[in-house]
Design a protein around this ligand. Structure first.
Ligand code: CMP
Length: 139
């Protein structure tokens, strides 16, 4: 299995609720190494650029407003099969469907305010890592 890098964001809801330490603990317990990290307060424009693939969807305006509403912790995580594995650790986008013990089951409060983001594939991971960390290799 290949070592991969993926981008995760601990979103403004989880940062404001004080779950950063618990979520990082879950990532580390699942053998993800943090290779880069930035605490950001995104502008609306930065959030729109990051989620450009969702432009035009009914939730785009609300999502980008939420993502620019407070501090968020953006990280590059590295590990075996990191992209798919992180998505398992995060759980389903909608916390109502997330499996027990996943980050979203524990900390998300709605499909929008769902505590964490993780890249959904290798190309997305390369774009997302480059968006926040232009000096970090995506591999
Ligand atoms: P994320 O994994 O960051 O990818 C896109 C985000 O859009 C998603 O998590 C949610 O925060 C949000 N999202 C996706 N689908 C919906 C939806 N149907 N309604 C509201 N927000 C959504």
């Amino acid at each position: 299995m290949a070592t991969e890098r993926t981008l995760t964001i601990i979103k403004p809801d989880a940062v404001a609720a004080g779950h950063v330490g618990d979520i990082i603990k879950m990532f580390e317990a699942n053998r993800f190494a943090i290779v880069a990290a930035r605490l950001v307060n995104l502008s609306k424009k930065e959030a729109e650029g990051f989620y450009a693939v969702h432009r035009g969807k009914p939730f785009f305006e609300s999502l980008t407003k939420f993502m620019s509403s407070g501090r968020a912790l953006v990280m590059v995580l590295e590990g075996e099969n990191a992209i798919a594995r992180l998505r398992e650790v995060m759980g389903a986008t909608n916390p109502a469907h997330a499996a027990p013990g996943t980050v979203r089951k524990l900390y998300a409060t709605s499909i929008e305010r769902n505590a964490v983001h993780g890249s959904d594939g290798p190309e997305t991971a390369a774009f997302e890592i480059g968006y926040f960390f232009p000096d970090v290799e995506p591999v």
